[in-house]
Ligand binder design. Structure first.
Ligand SMILES: Nc1nc2c(ncn2[C@@H]2O[C@H](COP(=O)(O)OP(=O)(O)OP(=O)(O)O)[C@@H](O)[C@H]2O)c(=O)[nH]1
Ligand SMILES: [Mg+2]
Length: 255
């Protein structure tokens, strides 16, 4: 629980038997979390079994891809607040509280992995990837300068938190099954006039297993291209919700 709200952790997993147990165990120590939902996305190894043994609730999603798995996990989660994280051990459980504290004043809180001071040695966030994320995030920010003026420095950070109510608002705008789901979620929140803020989180290299998205330059370039297309489509081809009349004295979502 965080204040009076229940909190679910959602972990998409594709063949992460090397790391999933440690990840679930670490996050089970985090006192604000009420449940841990691991999404078994056609794993061909022991990911599901090890996750369940470590204390997670495992749900299966047969539609392949990171986005499809996250969507299934958020739908299955029961908490008032949803926290998303990766199955590879690259994020720290102690950062959950930071996301939750900021969520008091926002509809969604994004982590950013591009704050150099928060990068642990060996993290897969070398200059090209870091600046690539910053560049794409600034592009997204620029496209939504009016009326939101958001501030982003990362488009690919899985570690993020949102209210269940926010998920219900943006759900119909989420269609990407792969890694472009990350910026799609940011755009969808902006399209729905949600208040989105970004905070630095600690980021380290995966603690085992294999990278699925960003190990080679070719994969990084392909992911970047898909993200770019998604951001442009959301901004130029889809209509945003009308700007709500909000009393400036109101807290987010009437809280
Ligand atoms: N369900 C599902 N999950 C995936 C898929 N690809 C990646 N994931 C999960 O999404 C998360 C991110 O994938 P990673 O391979 O860590 O990608 P990355 O963070 O860009 O690369 P690393 O530097 O290796 O951490 C992990 O928790 C994966 O298990 C997929 O096709 N399906
Ligand atoms: Mg990763």
């Amino acid at each position: 629980m965080f204040r009076t709200r229940s909190v679910s952790l959602v972990v998409p997993a594709y063949n992460e038997e090397a790391t999933i147990q440690k990840v679930v165990e670490e996050f089970r120590q985090e006192p604000h979390l009420d449940e841990i939902v691991v999404v078994d996305n056609n794993c061909k190894d022991r990911t599901a079994e090890l996750a369940a043994a470590a204390g997670a609730r495992v749900v299966a999603e047969s539609k392949a891809g990171y986005g499809a798995a996250l969507l299934a996990g958020m739908t299955a989660a029961t908490g008032d607040i949803l926290v998303l994280v990766e199955a590879d051990g690259s994020f720290r459980a102690r950062d959950v509280e930071k996301l939750l504290v900021y969520l008091d004043d926002a509809d969604m809180v994004m982590g950013t992995r591009t704050t150099r001071q928060m990068l642990e040695q060996g993290a897969n966030m070398r200059s090209f990837l870091r600046w690539g994320n910053v560049f794409m995030a600034k592009f997204l920010q620029l496209l939504w300068l009016r009326p939101h003026e958001p501030r982003f420095t990362d488009v690919g950070c899985t570690y993020r938190a949102l209210h269940r109510a926010t998920f219900a608002r943006i759900r119909h705008r989420l269609s990407q099954t792969g890694p472009a789901f990350s910026p799609e979620m940011m755009c969808a929140a902006l399209q729905e006039r949600c208040r989105v803020i970004e905070i630095p989180v600690t980021y380290s290299s995966r603690i085992g297993g294999e990278s699925k998205h960003s190990d080679t330059f070719g994969r990084q370039a392909r992911t970047a291209w898909k993200m770019f297309r998604t951001i442009c489509r959301k901004r130029f081809l889809e209509r945003s919700a009308p700007v709500p009349k909000r009393d400036p004295a109101d807290r987010v979502g009437g809280r």
